[in-house]
Design a binder for this molecule. Structure first.
Ligand SMILES: *Cc1c(COP(=O)(O)O)cnc(C)c1O
Length: 394
């Protein structure tokens, strides 16, 4: 990192995404970090913790991204890059002791829920799922009378895909009183919109696949913490379980990160415009977007986020010919600019009826469509949505 720590501490996030993780400023050095393709490193002496040693222990191409992400999340230590968001989930869940209790939002990302539920089925941990927006219910599950207190609180806010908003500060405090470690999946918000460590979380998780890399061309994950002991355990897990990032993917993630601030600014502004218009459309039964002042999570989101993100979800109204789910499928098919695909956080706008996935919790309504707003012109995005919604009536 070429910036002095003192100067870096005063830079705004919009600058950090551009300036962090640069090579040293020596004459004729490249301004971008190189991609290092090597599975092993020269070495003859005793191998210490900080040595590169072998390609599963470390790779110089990971470092700039890990430094940049650590800085953006306001962490005292660099982040850890993983092969995927789910590899990071696996590493984070490894912090739970055998038979420990995990409290998780019932509308967490489906992969995280499936992983925790499978570990619970095998008896490795006890899983308690809760409505994360219901603060009292979460507290009750963290430290129930006469039952084991929680070892981990898993936070996701806004939740995927229901966009429920947790009272993060309050829940982190309650979790720590119960003796639990808090992990927050910050994929939807990115550190530019929400900083979980500052709100009390111990570990922050990202599917780097989404906004951070931002171009729908890599699958990667990351964890960030300021706690040295936790980071050592997570790093050990990454080395032993092997969920490491490829150097090319790591390089693409840093390249994507350079434009994060601009992408977020544009997509958030467009999401707000589209949410307003969709909220009064007769074909839209209901909408969730924390930026709408009628949204149940609006006040909380305002208090703990900088902006409201670029994901919204709608429930499509059925009619005498079609169920809501059928109407939702027809809407997705009628779009020409929006891309019908899973995932989110890319430059291109994506749309999906979530229940087309078998693993999606049944409590997600079957006519619910999730929209990930990209960086296209917002009027073009609206025109396409409008024509597709109108086509449902013809
Ligand atoms: C996509 C996603 C994940 C999983 O990440 P992968 O990179 O697909 O493994 C985890 N959490 C959230 C909120 C996600 O959107």
């Amino acid at each position: 990192m070429s910036l002095s720590e003192e100067r870096a501490a005063h830079l705004s996030p919009e600058t950090v995404v551009v300036a962090a993780g640069r090579p040293e400023r020596s004459h004729d050095a490249p301004v971008n970090p190189p991609i290092v393709l090597s599975s092993t490193y020269f070495g003859t002496g005793p191998l210490g913790d900080r040595d590169r040693g072998y390609g599963r222990y470390s790779n110089p191409t990971w470092d700039p991204f890990e430094e940049a992400l650590g800085e953006l999340e306001g962490a005292a230590l660099p982040g850890l890059l993983y092969a995927s968001g789910l590899a990071a989930v696996s590493s984070a869940l490894s912090l739970v002791p055998a038979g420990g209790v995990v409290v998780m939002p019932s509308h967490s990302y489906s992969g995280s829920l499936v992983m925790a539920a499978e570990l619970a089925d095998k008896g490795f941990l006890e899983l308690r799922t809760v409505d994360i927006a219901d603060t009292e219910a979460v507290k009750e599950q963290l430290a129930p009378q006469g039952r084991k207190a929680a070892d981990m609180l898993w936070l996701e806010s806004p939740t995927n895909p229901m966009l429920g908003i947790a009272d993060m500060r309050e829940l982190c405090g309650a979790a720590h009183l119960a003796g639990a470690v808090v992990v927050t999946d910050n994929t939807f918000s990115t550190p530019l919109v929400q900083q979980p460590l500052a709100l009390g979380s111990d570990v922050v998780l990202h599917s780097v696949t989404k906004y951070l890399a931002g171009h729908s061309d890599v699958v990667l994950g990351a964890l960030v913490t300021s706690n040295r002991e936790l980071r050592d355990m997570l790093l050990h897990h990454r080395i032993i379980h092997g969920g490491i990032a490829g150097p090319f993917e790591a390089w693409l993630a840093l390249r994507g990160l350079r434009t994060l601030a601009l992408r977020i600014e544009r997509s958030q502004a467009s999401a707000a415009v589209l949410a307003e218009r969709l909220s009064t459309h007769p074909r839209v039964d209901s909408i969730r977007y924390p930026g709408l002042d009628t949204d149940p999570g609006h006040q909380r989101a305002k208090a703990q986020m900088k902006g409201f993100g670029s994901i919204l979800c709608i429930q499509v109204a059925g009619d005498s010919n079609r169920s809501g789910a059928e109407a939702a499928d027809a809407l997705v098919r009628a779009l020409e600019l929006w891309i019908p695909a899973t995932s989110l956080g890319g430059v291109e706008s994506l749309i999906e009826r979530r229940r087309r996935h078998e693993a999606e919790p049944k409590s997600v309504p079957d006519n619910l469509v999730r929209l990930s707003v990209g960086i296209e012109n917002s009027e073009d995005l609206w025109a396409d949505l409008d024509q597709a919604l109108k086509s449902l009536d013809s």
